[in-house]
Each structure stands twice: as structure tokens, then as C-alpha cells.
Design a protein around this ligand. Structure first.
Ligand code: ADP
Ligand code: MG
Length: 433
């Protein structure tokens, strides 16, 4: 498919695509849209910023526009991403009278219930809140026959797996399922099979590749050199900058420190109230301020075209996260720069990233102290799957948020909420220790 008008999509949708400036399909869209329009299930992968949202959005909206019955459900790992994807899909829907609902945690339940009474045909949300509605009986999915899992490797990872199973029970078996991510590890490909029927695997480029136009620079430094180096980098760089740090408290502290010396910046993490999270993202999108200090809650999917620089002040928890983090820049063919602060304790993290990005190549190890708790941990999941890491701000829980991450990150005086899933909680406690 070279042009959108070669695809069997409704005229109204074709015009919407023209209006929003989608002249030609991107490679993943060109491959996936015709296959999806034929009714196939898809497991698709393509680099960050290459238009995966429309790759599933165009077939999904076609399904909604062409049929009076049959609803759609799109699941994402974070609230911000759910909001962003809903806005993108609403653009494709245009002025048609198809109702939509955003079901995410941290937002008024009664408002969502009111919305659901209008029988929306498209639901976009995070698994925790969607399960809440299913349990309360305020959401029915028996007419939902089109399912999308975006960032599928996160969605099928252990934290969300239980939630997904619960949701899948409510869906018709006779449905179409599309799954996409920039990273699809082999074990995830295996797990995906239980939700898919005769899927077509569509993969563009290497299975784990960073965005094409992102330059990557590495600085080896000691922890105490990080802050002064960050200051000089912020001064030298122009344009919007996204700085990733490890902990929520770290994000708050750094943002405060930078503001004190005159930088325009904000912090984003999972302990902020949802209103605040919305404000922070909206302000960054509209370039009210230049620097966003975030935990991995911002690592996946966010599409903010003016981000020019990603600085990994702290290296990410898993090698795949590295690809996603630096994928917040260099989107839709733009140029971007990534800067990595690699402290002596990051040696094995860096090695794992290089291994993932350059399979088969011999990678030099960075010598450094072996400090426990500072590097990727090879903890086996039950069933021998890859280790699971709970990212800040992800929505796999039901009801009240669960605390995660290093102990120092917990608000003082609060006890961690009990998790029904004991195994995972124990695992996390061990990790935090
Ligand atoms: P991905 O999910 O692959 O990371 P997105 O779906 O968020 O990427 O798309 C990245 C950017 O590219 C978005 O701003 C989107 O509007 C833009 N985009 C997507 N498809 C097209 C297209 N066919 N033509 C022009 N821009 C596009
Ligand atoms: Mg995406």
C-alpha cells in the first residue's frame, strides 16, 4: 500500500487523514493496515515514532465506522499514554457520532460511569481501572470484538498479565486482536499467542532498534559529577529536554533544585495526583516549560514532537526501556539526541543494552565496582520468563495504587497497600531490600 486511498477505508476516514496531514502511510502503516483490514490478528513491531498508533487506529476506526455493532477496546500501560491515544483516535473518528470513553485510574469513577451509560463504542484505558469497572458491573465487554494492546511487551509482562487475563474473559473469542510495540522480546512473542488467533507477525527493522535519527552520546562519570554535568548540558542544549531519573523523589528533588537556579522545569511521576500529572504533561506539550524530569512513567509511547533531547541521568531498569526512553525524541523523522550518564555502577546495565542493540557482536564490558542493587538483576520469574520490573505510574493494580520501587521512595508514614498477588509483592520487597 503506497497511499491511504488504496486501503479499503471509509471516505470520511481518508479525508480525516488528509486533514491531519497524513499524506502517505509510514512503512508499518503500509504493511499493517491492509492485513488488519482483512480481519487478521497482528503482532507488529516497528521503531519508536514511526506511526504505530495509526497502524492500529485506522483499522480500528474503520471497524467502528463500517459496522453499527461491535466495539473497540484499546489497552495501554500508563494514563498519559491512554489519554494521548484516545485523542489520536478521536482525530480519526472526526465528527462521526461514535462515542468514546477514557477509563484510567486517578480520575472520578462516577464521571466514568456516567460516560459508560451512554454506551460508548470505543474504550481506551489502563487495565486496572477497566477491571474495576468490570468487577462493579459498570462496564460490559460482550459486544467488544476489536482489541488493541499497544506497548504489548509491557502489557503482557507479569504485572499486567493477571489483569489482562481477567479482561480477556469478558471479551468475545470471536474478535480481532492487534498488538504493537517497538520491542517484542521472544518470550513475549510466546505469551502473546494465548490472546491471538492465527496472527500475522509484522516486523520492521531489527527486533530491538533505536529510532533512526537519534544520536547517542555516552558520558562516563561518578555519581557526584552527574549534577554539575547536567547543569552544563542544560545550558548548552536548546529546545525541549526530557531527563530520566530513577525515583519519584529524585525527580521532585531535581526539579526543585533546577527551578531554584532559574530553569523552567517540572517533575512527572506516579505519586502526583492525576490532575497534576495532566497539568505537567499539558504544560510540556505546549512548551510552557522546557525541561521535564521524569521517572519511567514517561518512558513509553508519549508523542511530544518538540522533545529534542533525552538525558538518561540514571540508566533504566531494563534494556528495552532504554529504546523506549530515547524514542521520546527523533519522532516522525525528526532529529534527536540522547545523552547517557554512565556511572561506575551502571556497567552491567550498559552491557545489557549494548547486547540488546547489537546482537551477535562482541561487547566490551565497562569495568566498575560490583554493587548489589545497582545493576540488572537476573531474577527468574515463575515459568522461567524474563524478570519483571514494575515501572512507576503504571496501571496494573486494581483500586488503590500499590507502592513500588526503592524503599526510600515511599511517602513517609504510609504503609504499602496490600497486594493480593503475594508472589509479586514478595519479589518486590526482596528487590527493594
Ligand atoms: P509510535 O507509536 O510508532 O511511536 P506514533 O503513532 O506516536 O508513533 O506517531 C509518531 C508521530 O508521527 C505522531 O506525531 C503522528 O501524528 C505522526 N504520524 C504518524 N503517521 C503519520 C503519517 N502517515 N504521516 C505523517 N505523520 C504521521
Ligand atoms: Mg506508540
Amino acid at each position: 500500500m503506497q497511499h491511504f486511498n488504496e486501503a479499503a477505508i471509509p471516505q470520511a476516514l481518508f479525508h480525516r487523514l488528509e486533514q491531519i496531514g497524513f499524506e502517505k502511510p509510514t512503512p508499518i502503516q503500509a504493511k499493517a493496515i491492509p492485513v488488519a483490514l482483512e480481519g487478521n490478528d497482528i503482532l507488529g513491531s516497528a521503531q519508536t515514532g514511526t506511526g504505530k498508533t495509526a497502524a492500529f487506529g485506522v483499522p480500528l476506526v474503520t471497524h467502528l465506522l463500517n459496522n453499527d455493532k461491535g466495539n473497540g477496546l484499546v489497552l495501554l500501560p500508563t494514563r498519559e499514554l491512554a489519554g494521548q491515544v484516545l485523542v489520536a483516535l478521536q482525530q480519526f473518528i472526526g465528527r462521526s457520532d461514535i462515542q468514546t470513553a477514557l477509563l484510567i485510574g486517578g480520575q472520578d469513577m462516577s464521571k466514568q460511569i456516567r460516560k459508560l451509560k451512554g454506551r460508548p463504542r470505543l474504550i481506551v484505558g489502563t487495565p486496572g481501572r477497566i477491571n474495576d469497572h468490570l468487577t462493579r458491573g459498570t462496564l460490559k465487554l460482550d459486544e467488544t470484538n476489536f482489541l488493541v494492546l499497544d506497548e504489548v511487551d509491557r502489557m503482557l509482562d507479569m504485572g499486567f498479565g493477571v489483569q489482562l487475563d481477567a479482561i480477556a474473559k469478558h471479551l468475545t473469542r470471536d474478535r480481532q486482536t492487534l498488538m504493537f510495540s517497538a520491542t517484542v522480546p521472544t518470550n513475549i512473542q510466546k505469551v502473546s499467542a494465548k490472546y491471538l488467533t492465527d496472527p500475522v507477525r509484522i516486523s520492521l527493522g531489527a527486533s530491538h532498534a533505536t529510532a533512526k535519527n537519534v544520536s547517542q552520546e555516552n558520558v562516563k562519570l561518578a555519581d557526584k559529577e552527574k549534577y554539575p554535568r547536567l547543569l552544563s548540558e542544560l545550558d548548552e542544549r536548546t529546545g525541549s529536554i526530557l531527563v530520566f531519573v530513577k525515583t519519584k523523589r529524585g525527580a521532585d528533588n531535581m526539579s526543585k533544585k533546577l527551578r531554584k537556579i532559574g530553569h523552567h522545569c517540572e517533575a512527572l511521576h506516579g505519586d502526583l495526583r492525576q490532575n497534576r500529572r495532566n497539568q505537567v504533561i499539558a504544560g510540556f506539550r505546549s512548551q510552557k516549560y522546557r525541561i521535564l524530569i521524569a521517572t519511567d512513567v514517561a518512558a513509553r509511547g508519549l508523542d511530544i514532537p518538540h522533545i529534542e533531547h533525552v538525558i538518561n541521568h540514571d540508566m533504566p531498569q531494563s534494556p528495552e526501556d532504554y529504546i523506549h526512553r530515547i524514542g521520546r525524541t527523533a519522532r516522525a523523522g525528526a532529529q534527536g539526541a540522547a545523552l547517557n550518564f554512565i556511572s561506575p555502577a551502571d556497567g552491567s546495565k550498559w552491557y545489557a543494552i549494548q547486547k540488546l542493540l547489537n546482537p551477535g557482536e562482541k561487547i566490551e564490558r565497562i569495568p566498575g565496582p560490583k554493587k548489589s542493587g545497582s545493576s540488572f538483576k537476573k531474577r527468574r520469574r515463575p515459568g522461567g520468563k524474563a524478570p519483571h520490573f514494575k515501572r512507576d505510574g503504571e496501571e496494573s493494580h486494581q483500586g488503590k495504587p500499590r507502592f513500588s520501587g526503592p524503599k526510600s521512595d515511599k511517602p513517609a508514614g504510609k504503609k504499602p497497600a496490600r497486594n493480593k498477588n503475594k508472589t509479586r509483592w514478595n519479589l518486590k520487597k526482596k528487590r527493594a531490600a
